[in-house]
Design a protein around this ligand. Structure first.
Ligand SMILES: NC(=O)c1ccc[n+]([C@@H]2O[C@H](COP(=O)([O-])OP(=O)(O)OC[C@H]3O[C@@H](n4cnc5c(N)ncnc54)[C@H](OP(=O)(O)O)[C@@H]3O)[C@@H](O)[C@H]2O)c1
Length: 301
């Protein structure tokens, strides 16, 4: 009985502290310096992978507004071309289309080569996908390998390709799009959270290596975001309606929070106070409770 009471009090206090901390984090996030590298009239280039939809397309629109020339990377060339046309017309920038399947080593090499010849101020490694096939044993091995190639190897290689130019110029920023799932090692689609956890650790360690060269690195960890992510073939069967409406953010909100984090040199960036509360909860006594609820959401129905 005494143990149960202590647990209830402990959990209650943890929730309260999480709410206060979340609010403070949110308030502080609003007071950033100019987040984007380069003077506004000399922004240079931004290269965005996964720019054909969702968060990547939102980054492209935001950076174009801010005067960046862009290189847009993804597989669906016609989507990229339409976005490039829209942004060139609206903002007078240069927007280049670079079609590539980043699960393929040869395509990653082509993107690396483009980076080597570019005055790259901002690299956004955003391309990614999830699967909804259940356990590792039940999953399609080729698709799991593709996921690791895309999330882990392509990101690592493009970061490495960007470093010589950024180091020589003494400035630049890299945003690696991770996920809040990195904090929640749930069963089912286990390579998704595992590969995103790699991105968090990789980004933190890389930031420590390159801070003195004037380069900023971020691991952006969105929660549920309204994009095409949950509508792909690999996610067939995922029921978005099971996720409470309050948990969803828009791509634009995620991008704004990411840029605020960049202005504050915050490496691990969790957009939205609800997601920040979940992460805080995962790091204290509420981890078990959150994981149980998440498992029920995943397996219900
Ligand atoms: N939406 C969410 O709830 C959520 C939550 C946390 C994290 N994220 C992360 O956010 C990032 C962006 O996803 P999103 O939500 O914006 O989903 P999305 O709308 O499905 O966009 C994914 C992008 O990745 C590209 N892509 C996928 N496979 C690729 C490949 N093999 N080679 C090159 N590009 C590829 C897609 O373009 P093509 O199909 O044209 O190649 C598309 O542009 C992902 O890394 C995802 O893990 C999303």
């Amino acid at each position: 009985m005494a143990v149960k009471k202590a647990w209830v009090w402990g959990s209650g206090t943890a929730v309260l502290l999480s709410i206060i901390a979340g609010k403070l984090l949110q308030r502080r996030a609003g007071h950033g310096k100019d987040a984007l590298p380069g003077a506004p009239d000399q922004r240079g280039y931004g290269l965005i992978t996964g720019a054909s939809s969702g968060i990547g397309a939102a980054f492209a629109r935001r950076l174009a507004q801010d005067g960046y020339n862009l290189v847009l990377v993804a597989r669906r060339e016609e989507r990229l071309a339409a976005l490039a046309g829209e942004l060139t017309q609206a903002y007078g920038i240069t927007a280049e289309v670079l079609p590539a399947d980043l699960t393929q080593a040869a395509d990653v090499t082509r993107v690396e080569q483009r980076i080597a010849n570019l005055k790259l101020s901002l690299l956004i490694n955003n391309a990614g996908f999830g699967t909804n096939q259940g356990s590792l044993l039940a999953s399609n091995l080729d698709e799991q390998i593709d996921m690791l190639n895309l999330h882990v190897l392509a990101t690592m290689r493009l970061c490495r390709a960007a470093l010589p130019g950024m180091t020589a110029r003494g400035s630049g920023a890299i945003i690696n799009v991770s996920s809040i799932s990195a904090f929640f090692p749930l069963p089912g689609d286990i390579n998704y959270p595992a590969s995103k956890a790699y991105l968090d650790t990789f980004s933190q360690a890389l930031q420590a290596e390159v801070a003195r060269q004037g380069i900023r690195v971020q691991a952006l960890c969105p929660g549920f975001t309204r994009t095409e992510f949950h509508d792909t073939e690999a996610m067939t069967g995922f029921q978005k309606s099971r996720i409470p409406a309050i948990m969803w953010m828009t791509s634009e909100q995620v991008v704004e929070d990411s840029l605020r984090c960049l202005g504050r040199d915050q490496v691990i960036c969790v957009p939205g106070w609800r997601n920040q509360l979940l992460v805080l909860g995962s790091q204290n006594g509420l981890a078990g409770l959150i994981l149980r609820v998440a498992r029920r959401i995943r397996h219900r129905g």
